[in-house]
Design a protein around this ligand. Structure first.
Ligand code: FES
Length: 106
């Protein structure tokens, strides 16, 4: 199936240096605004799938609230073993609204 742009949230609801979990078409996506940039990653930690939305964000590093795994939000990489990655999602901002690209399962 073709990928689809799905509305997630108004950009004004995403605070500076903050994170919001969104669920376009049921996907668990974490939107992050840090140092003036927006990132869209999987909200499921690669360790035991905790939501990262209540983790600790510091510049480009996000720490999972469950067992402190740390990720680079620019690449999704787990800092201690970079072959482990959170999925990154394409997104776009249009008219103050953030859309996430959702690839439907076949
Ligand atoms: S679930 Fe994230 S570090 Fe364990």
């Amino acid at each position: 199936m073709k990928p689809e742009w799905v509305y997630a949230i108004d950009e004004s609801k995403l605070p500076d240096e903050g994170m919001v979990a969104v669920y376009p078409k049921g996907l668990q996506v974490l939107l992050i605004k840090s140092l003036g940039h927006i990132y869209a990653l999987s909200d499921k930690c690669a360790h035991m799938a905790c939501s990262l939305a209540s983790g600790v964000l510091e510049d480009h590093t996000l720490k999972c609230p469950c067992h402190d795994w740390k990720y680079d939000i620019r690449t999704g990489e787990f800092l201690d073993a970079t072959e482990i990655k959170l999925q990154l999602y394409d997104f776009k901002v249009s008219d103050g609204k953030i859309f996430v690209k959702v690839q439907e399962e076949k």
